[in-house]
Design a protein around this ligand. Structure first.
Ligand code: RP5
Length: 148
């Protein structure tokens, strides 16, 4: 079963990031959920990210506020897709939004809207659906349900 890694820069990000976990629960998709900071616990971050693919992780969802380095720092250490969630810790989240979106060419991070952890989970599911038939079916059913 492919897995998602949900990372957040601080415990204070938890209320926003648990929404991503809720969506993955709805789709019965496994995930790891960890508080790991690019600035406060950089070694822990590198260790977690480098071993992730071997543990079955196929997509990262990383939420952070303020300077929001986490998604970009994770992307620097993995070839797996990384989805960043800008969180509103100050300035209505504009600081985090710009920080996450403005990655240098060649090290991409997909950036969803401010506090929109649910969309990060949906995007992760759509990526997993490319190589997993059961997930593809649930994803197609979910999208269809919105059209009716
Ligand atoms: C960021 O700083 C975290 O992602 C969080 O959004 C923000 C504030 O962190 P705390 O001071 O609440 O731990 O790195």
């Amino acid at each position: 079963m492919p897995k998602v890694a949900i990372l957040m820069g601080s415990k204070s990000d938890s209320p926003a990031m648990e929404k991503a976990a809720g969506v993955l629960d709805d789709f019965s998709i496994e995930y790891d959920l960890e508080v790991i900071s690019a600035h406060r616990t950089p070694e822990k971050m590198v260790e977690f990210v480098r071993g992730a693919a071997e543990r079955g992780v196929r997509v990262f969802i990383c939420g952070a506020g303020l300077s929001a380095a986490l998604p970009g720092a994770v992307a620097a250490h993995t070839d797996l897709p990384v989805i960043g969630v800008p969180l509103d810790a100050a300035l209505d989240g504009l600081d985090s939004l710009l920080s996450i979106a403005q990655m240098p060419p060649g090290v991409p991070v997909a950036c969803v809207g401010v506090n929109n952890a649910r969309n990060a989970a949906y995007l992760a599911i759509s990526i997993l659906a490319l190589h997993d038939e059961a997930i593809a079916e649930s994803w197609a059913a979910f999208r269809e349900q919105q059209r009716s």
